[in-house]
Design a protein around this ligand. Structure first.
Ligand SMILES: Cc1ncc(COP(=O)(O)O)c(C=O)c1O
Length: 394
């Protein structure tokens, strides 16, 4: 019988059910003790001084840039090879995303292109760098930190894919993502390495930034205003600043807490699947497996395979369709933002602006990679990817 392997299936089990039921029965379902515990345990997981739980990574990124004071007329350098959330939040604040091309191996923001943009004289209002640790492959943070220092810029890391990722840093050794730039923003969306169905987290070492984000994430109210319906709470609250409604509910935090307890097991499984894919697929000349850089611990949120069009009679879309016919779900990460209508209309970007990102996009597909996959599922994906490549070799 043909197997059905969806692109993603979350690992939700008894631990998540227990935590959620506990919240539902406690009488306190929105932001409260579980959200606080999730913050504390996530801070410990990445080794950060502060972790602030929010409704999603989009809100986390918005709050991070807001806390740094990014505003109208400012520019933020980022990658076009990302989900729209990374760049859309720059627009929320009236600032402009300045895209630079990616590294062809890691698909991350290329530090050489960042330096070129800063030295071109075309971007005189850059306030911050917004790198994405694409697929869970940590960016070259030593170089980005050096660039930020020499141009007096802040760094907000889009760590949506990178819960658990780490990288060797000069003078610090292997360091988890979450403590390197000024602020790091994580996603707990349904497909992410750790999920809370929807959710996000901002981490920082800076007390003042943490305070500003805590206040801004709940309407600009006092830091602990969420306690006002608690037994000891007071009806009075003060509004201190512009605010947003980005708090994380305890029901969501309950799922996140249970998932965090399984994070190491999840990461081991994702790593094993990625190894199995690369070992089996690298022998096929029509396929290009992900680049594995020494000195990083990859979180393997995505496994992005590239096709070599010169070796194949079918294109990427057809390859995906052939896999779908055999019951294997895939996806494509990412469609470069400069090729999208909104970014062309609003900011004047054009298709052709970022040849590396566009080349990767034209021939990449993401294979299923998640802890709920069995060894048989992994073998089935490998067999079918190889069979399609071989049957359609030029
Ligand atoms: C790179 C990147 N940044 C940000 C986000 C936004 O995350 P969220 O859905 O938690 O807002 C995503 C979501 O997929 C993403 O892939």
């Amino acid at each position: 019988m043909r197997q059905q392997i969806p692109f993603h299936r979350p690992s939700i089990g008894p631990a998540e059910e227990r935590e959620v039921l506990d919240s539902l029965r406690s009488g306190w379902i929105t932001t409260g003790p579980k959200a606080k515990r999730f913050e504390k345990e996530f801070a410990a997981y990445v080794g950060a001084r502060h972790a602030l739980a929010v409704a999603h990574c989009t809100g986390a990124l918005h709050l991070a840039l807001f806390a740094l004071g990014v505003g109208p007329g400012d520019e933020v350098i980022t990658t076009p090879f990302t989900f729209t959330a990374t760049a859309e939040v720059i627009g929320y604040l009236g600032a402009r995303p300045v895209f630079v091309d990616i590294d062809p191996g890691t698909f991350n923001l290329n530090p050489a292109r960042v330096e070129e943009a800063l030295e071109s004289g075309l971007h005189r209002h850059v306030r911050a760098l917004l790198p994405v640790h694409f697929a869970g492959h940590a960016c070259d943070m030593d170089r980005l930190l050096a660039i930020a220092r020499s141009h007096n810029l802040k760094i907000v890391e889009d760590a949506a894919h990178a819960a658990g990722s780490a990288r060797q840093l000069e003078g610090r050794g292997m360091t988890r993502i979450g403590t390197i730039g000024d602020l790091s923003c994580f996603s707990f969306y349904a497909t992410k390495n750790i999920t809370s169905a929807e959710g996000g987290m901002v981490t920082t070492e800076d007390d003042a930034l943490a305070e500003r984000i805590a206040v801004a994430s709940l309407h600009g109210m006092d830091r602990d205003a969420w306690k006002r319906y608690d037994r000891g709470g007071s009806w009075f609250y003060e509004i201190h600043d512009t605010g947003f409604k980005y708090n994380l509910s305890d029901v969501h935090a309950a799922i996140g807490l249970a998932q965090l307890g399984r994070a190491d097991e999840f990461m081991r499984r994702r790593t094993a699947i990625a190894r199995a894919y690369s070992d089996a697929l690298r022998v096929e000349p029509a396929l290009q497996v992900p680049y594995e850089e020494p000195g990083i611990e990859h979180a393997w949120h995505l496994y992005v395979l590239r096709l070599r069009p010169a070796q194949l009679r079918v294109g990427r879309a057809q390859f995906i369709e052939l896999l779908r016919e055999r019951g294997v779900g895939t996806s494509v990460h990412c469609i470069p933002l400069n090729t999208m209508h909104f970014y062309q209309e609003r900011y004047g970007y054009r298709t052709g602006d970022f040849p590396i990102a566009e080349d990767v996009y034209s021939r990449c597909l993401s294979l299923p990679i998640y802890p709920a996959m069995s060894d048989e599922d992994v073998a089935y994906v490998i067999d079918n990817v190889l069979a399609i490549a071989r049957e359609n070799r030029r």
